[in-house]
Design a binder for this molecule. Structure first.
Ligand code: GLN
Length: 188
């Protein structure tokens, strides 16, 4: 299995560590910066980071359209935090480049400027006991349109979604030692 981690900006190294902890070999985990890199993997993770910056770079250097083509052919993709924003079809109150892969609307930094980051347990569909949700200037999902479905909520707000082989989480499993969501992603 060849798993890509989009390595333009953000906490991609943490995802690499989590994937190695799942038992993948170093040669099975690939940093993806270009469409050529993406062509060498069968699934990919878009990490946390800054969605405005990453969107500009993805649009400019063609990785955005390569990801859209790959998703259309069924490639599993998982976006954490910024990655989920990148995969959303709409961002509340802003026009910024996104991949428009998940039929959802997201609101950035939705827990408020004063709540910069926090951690709490989150129950995610498909995982039998709660995971530790690490939220850092996290988005929430304000609208979910079929065929996307909500797979986790926190405080009444949707914080994880799935649409076929595409998943998004508001929080950062890669910043914990719990690799169950990474393992789940590897089964898609
Ligand atoms: N607030 C960031 C954004 O809107 C996302 C933060 C994160 O990925 N931890 O792009």
């Amino acid at each position: 299995m060849q798993v890509g981690v989009i390595a333009i900006q953000g906490d991609f190294e943490k995802h690499i560590t989590s994937l190695l902890a799942c038992g993948l070999g170093a040669s099975e985990v690939v940093e993806v910066r270009t469409p050529e890199d993406l062509s060498r993997v069968d699934r990919a993770i878009i990490p946390g980071g800054e969605s405005t910056t990453v969107g500009l770079l993805m649009e400019r250097y063609g990785l955005g359209s390569a990801l859209k083509d790959a998703a259309a052919k069924g490639m599993p993709l998982w976006g954490t935090c910024m990655g989920m924003i990148m995969m959303a079809s709409k961002v509340v109150g802003r026009s910024q480049y996104t991949l428009e892969l998940l039929d959802i609307e997201v609101e950035r930094n939705a827990f408020g400027a004063q709540v910069h980051s926090f951690e709490d347990e989150v129950l995610v569909d498909g995982i039998d006991t709660p995971v530790l949700g690490v939220f850092i200037r996290a988005p929430i999902v304000t609208k979910v349109h079929s065929p996307a479905v909500a797979t986790a909520s926190y405080g009444g707000k949707i914080v994880a979604v799935r649409q076929g082989n595409l998943i998004g989480t508001s929080f950062h499993p890669e910043l914990t030692d719990d690799v169950r969501l990474h393992q789940y992603f590897l089964t898609l």
